[in-house]
Write a protein that binds this ligand. Structure first.
Ligand code: NDP
Length: 384
């Protein structure tokens, strides 16, 4: 019998991480959770480790290491802590697939480490490609490390490209538009974190839910699509599709459009990233074609959703600018959730950070770390 594929889940306690564990549980004959990691949620990590019995776990927050270590003392599980451990653990020869399901810039270093070890990457952590897409995709090519998209839109594009040899004319990147699609500018100024944390179609982690409400998430997905599929920004069209049934599409040179549709369920793209090039059976919900009366499509309002426009602008400028936008966005996203800045202040602070940050046209990996730190500092000062 063929060995099970051993999966390292970076961020197993998050929204993507827990759904990945459901996929592994459903296909326990094929997959094994070999590494589980969390940042601070020690109890959930312990619970997952007792259930899935991975070889190794990492609790990134060092203050919780002793607690996790003691709780797993009776099991043959190695427990590590700290950021460096995340990078070392993905390089283990036993690991077949690394699912990058941690959130934010923190995903960059472990993803780079996994690529350097020629691992197959199931990429959920879009920030890695937003920050350093050029460098990361080049490194992946050089190291023969495949990057399989987990983001539902990019998985849809990837699926639409399966079996195709022809050039892409245009990518149609669908967006739900978030909960405030119909709000006026005045109404947007009154949006609270509680309101923004309610996404109409997807149940996701807090950071990406806010990014969806501002549409920065869609801007990041435009950048991610450019690097994954080698298509420039002017050939990526964002289309608001509030029902989230068409997950995205590709238009080819003959005008034909191929799309992937389905019930909004992240386990579908996660499972495909694990099983590619095969599709596995699933017990997930199916589309009910008699109930889909209205599938609608509209243009995004870039005047209201400035974050999307700023992401396009960063992509056009290239170099460290997307890194600046990502860093400033991480700062304002958290500040908004903590009640320290308003909904409409988020794009303002990001834009001013873009104006103030040092710009490097052809950055090295080290430059990205310096750029990230500087942009965070500028954005935080602007909030203060
Ligand atoms: P969550 O916030 O739900 O989970 C994040 C995970 O990463 C948790 O396990 C968390 O640990 C861990 N983590 C957070 N910060 C750090 C850090 N500094 N160092 C190490 N580990 C850390 O996020 P999501 O699952 O929603 O999103 C994960 C990624 O996937 C993001 O990049 C997001 O954009 C992308 N994505 C998510 C989708 C979704 O449906 N959720 C859809 C498409 C893409 P702890 O629990 O201990 O805090």
């Amino acid at each position: 019998m063929k060995d099970k594929k051993k999966i390292a889940i970076l961020g197993s306690t998050g929204s993507i991480g827990t759904q990945a564990l459901e996929v592994i549980e459903e296909h326990s004959d094929l997959y094994e959770a070999y590494v589980l990691t969390a940042n601070r949620q020690a109890d959930l990590l312990i619970q997952q480790a007792r259930k899935f019995q991975p070889a190794q776990v990492v609790i990134a927050d060092e203050s919780r290491y002793a607690y996790v270590k003691e709780a797993l003392d009776d099991l043959p599980i190695q427990v590590y802590t700290g950021v460096d451990a995340l990078c070392q653990i993905v390089q283990n020869d036993e690991v077949d697939i690394v699912l990058t399901a941690l959130v934010g810039f923190a995903g960059l270093r472990p993803t780079v480490a996994a690529i350097q070890s020629h691992k197959m990457i199931a990429l959920a952590n879009k920030e890695t490609l937003v920050v350093a897409g050029e460098l990361v995709t080049r490194m992946a090519m050089e190291n023969h490390s495949a990057i399989l998209p987990v983001d539902s839109e990019h998985s849809a594009i990837f699926q639409s490209l399966m079996g195709e040899q022809s050039e892409i004319e245009k990518i149609i990147l669908t967006a739900s538009g978030g909960p405030f699609r119909k709000y006026t500018l005045d109404e947007l100024r009154t949006v609270t974190p509680e309101m923004a944390l309610q996404h109409p179609n997807w149940d996701m982690g807090a950071k990406i839910t806010i990014d969806s409400a501002t549409m920065m998430n869609k801007g990041f997905e435009v950048i991610e699509a450019k690097w994954l599929f080698g298509v420039d920004a002017d050939r990526i069209q964002v289309v608001v599709h509030p029902q989230s049934v068409v997950h995205s599409a590709v238009q080819f040179r003959d005008g034909a459009v191929k799309a992937q549709l389905g019930v909004p369920d992240m386990r579908v793209p996660i499972q495909l990233a694990f099983s590619y090039p095969y599709r596995l059976a699933s017990s997930f919900d199916r589309l009910d074609w008699y109930k889909m009366h209205d599938l609608t499509f509209e243009e995004p309002d870039l005047g209201k959703f400035r974050c999307l426009a700023l992401a396009f602008e960063a992509l056009r400028q290239g170099g460290t600018m997307p890194c600046v936008v990502n860093a400033a966005n991480e700062v304002v996203n958290l500040a908004f959730r903590q009640g320290q800045c308003g909904f409409m202040q988020m794009p303002e602070i990001i834009e001013r950070t873009m104006q103030k940050a040092t710009f490097i046209k052809q950055p090295t990996l080290d430059d990205y770390f310096l750029c990230d730190a500087q942009a965070r500092h500028i954005a935080q000062e602007l909030i203060n």
